[in-house]
Design a protein around this ligand. Structure first.
Ligand code: ATP
Length: 208
């Protein structure tokens, strides 16, 4: 059994996240994807971030009833921002005998060199990269930051022959904030759209 850690802000979780996770569990037999909303994301400007509780609840609603998809509050457990490497090490201790890997989009792959102790991260844990529209990982670009061996390894784990899902949380929030909520809802599971309406998240008057 492989546990595939899928960290993100999930503000909000969208149909792209779900589609990616489903493709990945199909591709890797005996795997489950663990969605882990970040507490305070170390790589993002989080001033306009929705609360952990809202992002966690939306993730729960989105994956409800879906086989082999789970949500974890592990990033909130220590009441402080945690690095992916630390979280994965905790999961490894918690699930002895299971392979712990992590899933990122190809945009995140191009930033991976800036993650905390990135060399240990890719040495200790297998990474799975899902391609994202407009981001084609280039060898020359990766070589600026990674030694040759790691570069080849990272390129080899980009999934091939999978559909792209051109959607992002940023564009969804922008649609809400410009009063195009019904357009934004096309990219969300219905349960998440209903939660956003109920809680009044991403209102046009809310400043980014
Ligand atoms: P933002 O617009 O704020 O960057 P996002 O849509 O990328 O948000 P995150 O919660 O930051 O959402 O993403 C979590 C992970 O999912 C990241 O590794 C990201 O690369 C990946 N991801 C998100 N959306 C896609 C997508 N449409 N295709 C491929 N990977 C994606």
């Amino acid at each position: 059994m492989q546990i595939i850690f899928f960290g993100g802000t999930f503000d909000p979780i969208h149909l792209g996240h779900l589609a990616i996770a489903k493709r990945v569990v199909e591709r890797f037999p005996f795997s489950r994807v663990l969605f882990a909303p970040s507490y305070i994301p170390p790589h993002k400007n989080f001033t306009s971030l929705s609360s952990f509780q809202d992002r966690f609840r939306m993730t729960e609603l989105a994956i409800s009833g879906m086989e082999n998809l789970e949500v974890s509050a592990i990033e909130h457990e220590r009441e402080k921002s945690s690095y992916t490497l630390d979280t994965l090490r905790i999961l490894r201790e918690r699930f002895p005998g299971k392979t712990i890997s992590f899933l990122i989009g190809s945009d995140s792959l191009m930033q991976l060199h800036s993650w905390h102790e990135c060399a240990s991260l890719v040495r200790e844990f297998p990474v799975i990269v899902y391609p994202r529209s407009g981001v084609h990982p280039e060898r020359e670009e990766l070589r600026k930051f990674w030694p040759e061996e790691e570069t080849e390894k990272l390129l080899s784990v980009v999934l091939k022959d999978v559909p792209l899902f051109p959607v992002s949380s940023t564009s969804i929030k922008a649609m809400y904030r410009s009063g195009q909520g019904s357009e934004a809802e096309k990219f969300l599971p219905e349960s998440v759209a209903a939660y956003i309406r109920e809680k009044g998240l991403y209102r046009p008057e809310t400043q980014v």
